[in-house]
Design a protein. Structure first.
Length: 111
């Protein structure tokens, strides 16, 4: 499955792979919305296995951040590397999201 959600106490880690593109859009949004409706407020987006982001994937990230903020929550990003990291930085999303090297560091940031 391209997107999964795992609860760690009051935090939720959303992981997606192997890309975040138009092809994964529907599943990503459905799972993300389910987690917000279930009361999730603190999220780590684990992108460590994402090799590619397209414009739809970037829109999905902004959509998710807006939904979480509307619920008074926080979104962080973890594990970006390679092409996905270059795209993320090129469009300056590293200024919109707190970015951590790995999920462990992102989870620690909430404490």
């Amino acid at each position: 499955m391209p997107t999964t959600a795992d609860a760690y106490g009051s935090m939720t880690v959303l992981s997606t792979e192997p890309a975040l593109t138009r092809a994964e859009d529907e599943v990503f949004r459905r799972i993300a919305a389910e987690q917000i409706r279930a009361g999730g407020r603190w999220f780590v987006l684990d992108l460590s296995r994402v090799g590619y982001l397209d414009s739809q994937g970037l829109e999905d990230l902004l959509w998710f951040q807006e939904q979480v903020e509307a619920a008074q929550g926080v979104t962080t990003v973890a594990g970006l590397k390679g092409h996905a990291r270059r795209i993320f930085e090129m469009v300056r999303f590293d200024k919109k999201f707190d970015v951590f090297e790995n999920v462990h560091e992102a989870v620690k940031s909430f404490h």
